[in-house]
Design a binder for this molecule. Structure first.
Ligand SMILES: Cc1ncc(COP(=O)(O)O)c(C=O)c1O
Length: 776
């Protein structure tokens, strides 16, 4: 069925029209067209013209704009057709078909050449791509001083509307296809949309695809000879021209970035790109392909038997799959370098180091002998200023992946609406609290929001003190709970470490339940109970002084103490002892919560206990500074003393929006399950490595919280501290970021973002294996 408004002129009628209005005669042959009628007119002298009759739905304004643009470009020497004037002097002729419908007729000059679409992908060369980049740039330069009211229109194929179009049409895709499209839409939303307002705009051709570009030869194309079909012209972001042209040229190319680099470099040489234009190219190319596949899916849904529609978009899916494997930032850096630009326009590393030393306090430390300048993050990867990717093995803060688009978008959206404190009613505060509490055991039903793990522990100590009337605190040897005064006082890692002043009088250390290096070996319940008995010693000593414990704080998995997994039954034995003595039990989940342990959302659950107070931080906001304290109704009530608890930023609408997005992503992407699966795989790989390298004394972990302890002697367990440091430096050369933990800094700290994959695990294992071979 012909599309609505399609003209239905017979050849004879057209011949007579062009004779009357243009004085032209010749043979007519029909050309393919969807909604219009196009014909080739061949005169007796061999001269050719294209006769176009527009759809009756087309606006004269827009057809006039196309003519004006073609005339403008042709006048500047760009190889495009232009419309002839009729005998009355106009470049559009109003004609009427047999049914009385009026149409616009035009006669265009004919451009000789072959269609790019008729060439084979294997025959495409750097010369062809460079020619294309140069052609598009010259055309965009020539269009810079062109404008026409007909170009300011809403148009489905304007990439500026691509996001909305795809959101609307992606419902026609299959579930797995929609997931791919969603990936790029999320990226576009968080990384491209914020830059759109600053992009240059102009009228562009908007459809330099392979059916509109002409080349010099079908077999060995090396140059673009012209461009046709101005029906998609629109006033929009100029960079879309390059994105669209490049997207089609990249189809079916084994290395599409090679193609892109050649096109972009040639474009940039003629028409220098702005910084933000480099930033958005990847996202725009992907969006164009998403638009293509979404439109095809909608067309297929309307036309279910037409398998050609599916076949024709196969190259688009192929390109999307290739793009998905690439880092947008690395692509952006490669494009800049291909254009002869530096990839980083910021401060030199030496200058940053010097300024830090002079003005940011000398206690700030830096990782690595030659510190890295990290400028981007995505998933489990960090990127330096040149676009090199580093697998991040240590960042337990950017939990659901660096800069997760949904988390970024949630923050951006709320940031643009409102950010204020909790003295006003706001849905986000209660919605988030409800969502978070739903993940906790029932008795933990009160939520208090703060800004950092330290602040959460500080508040936990105050809650405990108000509830129990005692400030005596039991803490596990080697633990770290934060940087405030009260937290340093609760952290043996700090008060027993360099610059520390030992435990304050109200703080009492209990043994670190370390199954590898501690007094009671193994993961069994015996060991757990034996360690728990150390509580009795402290409680008895306090009782002698007429005191009782106020709180016992314990990380649910020991981080800085050396990535330690406590033996079975440890907390189960400890908690009753503390409670019987009058204290409350605080679980510090700042490092290890939110599904990292794999089997459970909260690491305390792996010990089969329910704490009285839980503190949350780091992963809670995926890098956004926020934290929380969760407790029971009774403990929260005891805090009501008349003194208000006010926290300027805690629980603000932006933080809550971000916190909700983190919870949603963990659930929707099955990230706890991934932590379990991939964590097991990684531990097995490490164990296999342990069979080859005696220096790996122990491998332990839960989910994606893993430690590998390096020793110089498996019998004595003498720590291989220097080797661990050297290994960290070595794998940095393999672009893996690794650090150490533990009293002897000999435990490889493995706690990557939990989007970590098996491929990432293989990359890590290969780097460590290479390092150990070289260093031992
Ligand atoms: C177990 C634990 N608790 C508390 C904190 C303190 O958190 P923040 O640095 O957000 O104040 C940390 C930080 O490393 C931690 O590892």
């Amino acid at each position: 069925m012909a599309p609505t408004g399609a003209p239905t002129f017979m050849a004879g009628a057209i011949q007579s029209l062009i004779k009357t209005h243009y004085g032209l005669t010749g043979e007519l042959s029909a050309l393919a067209s969807y909604a219009d009628q196009n014909w080739m007119l061949k005169g007796a002298d061999g001269t050719r013209h294209i006769v176009k009759i527009a759809n009756s739905g087309d606006s004269k304004h827009e057809v006039a704009m196309q003519n004006a643009a073609m005339a403008h470009l042709a006048g500047k020497g760009i190889a495009v057709p232009h419309a002839l004037r009729n005998t009355a002097g106009y470049d559009i002729t109003d004609v009427m078909d047999g049914d009385g419908n009026s149409h616009f007729m035009r006669v265009l000059t004919y451009l000789s050449g072959q269609f790019y679409a008729d060439t084979k992908a294997e025959s495409h060369s750097a010369a062809l791509w460079q020619s294309m980049g140069g052609f598009l740039a010259q055309m965009d330069n020539a269009l810079e001083d062109f404008d026409h009211p007909g170009a300011s229109r809403f148009f489905d194929w304007d990439l500026a509307h691509g996001y909305g179009i795809c959101q609307r049409k992606k419902t026609a895709l299959k579930a797995d296809e929609a997931k791919v499209v969603d990936h790029f839409l999320d990226y576009y939303h968080s990384h491209v949309m914020p830059l759109l307002g600053g992009l240059r705009k102009s009228v562009i051709h908007n459809d330099a695809n392979d059916y509109n570009l002409l080349v010099d030869s079908v077999d060995a194309p090396s140059a673009i000879t012209g461009l046709i079909d101005f029906g998609d012209m629109v006033h929009t972001h100029t960079i879309n021209e390059l994105a669209i042209g490049a997207a089609y040229a990249m189809l079916d190319q084994p290395d599409p970035i090679k193609t892109l680099k050649a096109i972009v470099a040639a474009y940039h040489a003629e028409r220098p790109l702005a910084d933000d234009e480099f930033e958005v190219l990847y996202g725009l190319i992907a969006l164009r392909m998403c638009t293509t596949v979404c439109n095809a899916a909608v067309a297929y849904a309307a036309n279910p038997g037409n398998d050609y529609l599916l076949v024709s978009v196969r190259p688009a899916w192929g390109l999307l799959a290739k793009l998905k494997k690439l880092s947008p930032f690395a692509v952006r850096c490669q494009l800049r370098v291909a254009c002869g630009l530096v990839s980083d326009t910021g401060n030199a590393k030496e200058d940053i180091i010097a300024y830090r030393k002079a003005h940011l306090g000398k206690t700030l430390s830096l990782s690595f002998k030659e510190p890295l300048k990290i400028v981007r993050g995505l998933g489990a990867y960090l990127y330096d200023e040149e676009g090199n990717d580093y697998l991040d093995m240590v960042n337990n803060v950017c939990h659901v992946g660096h800069c997760h688009p949904r988390v970024v978008a949630a923050g951006q959206r709320q940031m643009a609406q409102l950010n204020t404190n909790t003295r006003f009613l706001h849905d986000n505060l209660v919605d988030y609290a409800e969502k978070l509490l739903a993940t906790m055991p029932e008795k933990l039903s009160v939520c208090m929001f703060v800004n950092s793990g330290s602040e959460a522990n500080e508040l936990a100590f105050r809650l405990a003190r108000n509830f129990t009337g005692s400030r005596e605190l039991l803490t596990v040897d080697g633990a770290y709970h934060g940087n405030t005064s009260a937290c340093i006082d609760a952290s043996p890692y700090k008060f027993d470490g360099p610059g520390g002043e030992g435990a304050p009088a109200h703080v009492h250390k209990v043994k670190l339940p370390d199954p590898y290096r501690g007094e009671f070996p193994g993961m069994g319940e015996e060991a757990g109970k034996a360690y728990a008995d150390d509580i009795d010693r402290v409680v008895a000593a306090l009782a002698k002084k007429g005191k009782k414990p106020g709180a016992y704080i314990c990380e649910s998995l020991q981080g800085v103490a050396g990535q330690i997994i406590m033996p079975e039954g440890y907390l189960k034995a400890v908690y009753p002892k503390v409670r019987t003595a009058g204290g409350v039990c605080i679980a510090d989940e700042v490092q290890v919560g939110f599904g990292r342990a794999g089997t459970h959302m909260w690491a305390f659950e792996t010990q089969g206990v329910v704490p009285d107070i839980v503190t949350l931080g780091k992963p809670i906001g995926n890098g956004h500074p926020m934290a929380a304290v969760i407790t029971t109704q009774e403990i929260a009530d005891a805090f009501v003393t008349g003194m208000e608890y006010f926290n300027t930023f805690g629980g603000n609408p932006v933080s809550c929006a971000i916190g909700m997005a983190v919870l949603d992503v963990i659930k929707d992407e099955g990230l706890r399950e991934n932590a379990l699966e991939t964590g097991k795989y990684l531990q097995n790989q490490l164990r296999a490595l342990q069979a080859d390298f005696d220096v790996i004394g122990d491998v332990r972990g839960l989910g994606l919280f893993i430690g590998a302890e390096l020793v110089t002697n498996r019998e004595t367990k003498a720590p291989a501290t220097e080797l661990a440091a050297a290994l960290g430096e070595f794998v940095k050369g393999e672009r893996v970021i690794l650090s150490t933990e533990g009293a002897f800094h000999n435990v490889l700290k493995i706690k990557p973002p939990i989007v970590f994959t098996r491929t990432d695990a293989d990359r890590f294992i290969a780097a460590v294996s290479k390092g150990l071979k070289a260093l031992t």
